[in-house]
Design a protein. Structure first.
Lengths: 114, 115
């Protein structure tokens, strides 16, 4: 099984709401990633978790809060977002945080902030 | 910091023909990995092909092959016998050897396949 799943597929939230995005993989991968992707642009890395610990934060605003409850699950908690945060949020995983391992991407959550 | 440049915002190819997508990169590292990812409209991003920098032999996956020129820092993707299903955004990506397995993406090339 080489699948990364993400829920929900679509999310509409107001600027005062709190919501969470969920990502799951059952491939035994030890690295997981959150990316933000605007239309017709490449993904921008937000966070990297290595062995369930946050190893990279690409200076993401604190209104985005990642969490890795266990080796299979990655959450992204959202609070007080801005309209410019509307985008496709992609989760990915790879076997290890070092080496030439492929990153497997999920289908993404399309977020709209109103 | 590493950068990846894809100079072709859009390309078109006739079905069954061959097309080459360009990618150049800049790095001071001697060891790294290069990837081509495909993202069809409203669909999942998937890996097309991978190249290890220490390997001189160009990677090949069925109809997809690369022309890796390490000295020139060039990594182009050739798609042979193009099919309608090849229509997608293609991203060239560089993987640093630093811990964390970060991918640096190019801006992408939209490939259109004409029937």
């Amino acid at each position: 099984d080489t699948e990364v799943t993400q829920t929900p597929k679509h999310l509409v939230m107001g600027m005062t709401n709190k919501k969470s995005l969920k990502c799951e993989q059952h491939m035994g991968h030890r690295a997981m990633y959150w990316y933000k992707q605007k239309a017709k642009k490449p993904p921008e890395l937000m966070f990297v978790y290595s062995y369930e610990k946050l190893s990279i934060n690409e200076s993401v605003p604190s209104r985005f809060s990642p969490e890795c409850p266990n080796s299979s699950l990655l959450n992204l908690h959202l609070h007080a977002l801005q309209p410019e945060d509307s985008a496709l949020y992609l989760c990915a995983s790879s076997q290890d945080p070092i080496g030439g391992y492929e990153q497997y991407f999920g289908p993404g959550t399309r977020l709209t902030v109103t | 910091a590493q950068t990846v440049t894809q100079s072709q915002p859009e390309m078109s190819v006739q079905e069954a023909e061959t097309v080459t997508l360009s990618c150049t990169y800049d790095t001071s590292e001697s060891d790294y990995y290069l990837f081509w990812y495909k993202q069809p409209p409203s669909r999942q991003m998937i890996l097309v092909i991978r190249q290890e920098a220490y390997k001189q032999q160009n990677a090949t996956e069925n109809r997809f092959s690369v022309n890796f020129q390490k000295a020139a820092k060039s990594f182009s993707l050739k798609i042979s016998d193009s099919q309608l299903g090849d229509a997608a955004m293609y991203f060239c990506a560089y993987r640093t050897m630093e811990y964390g397995n970060k991918l640096v993406f190019g801006a992408g090339t939209i490939l259109r396949v004409k029937s």
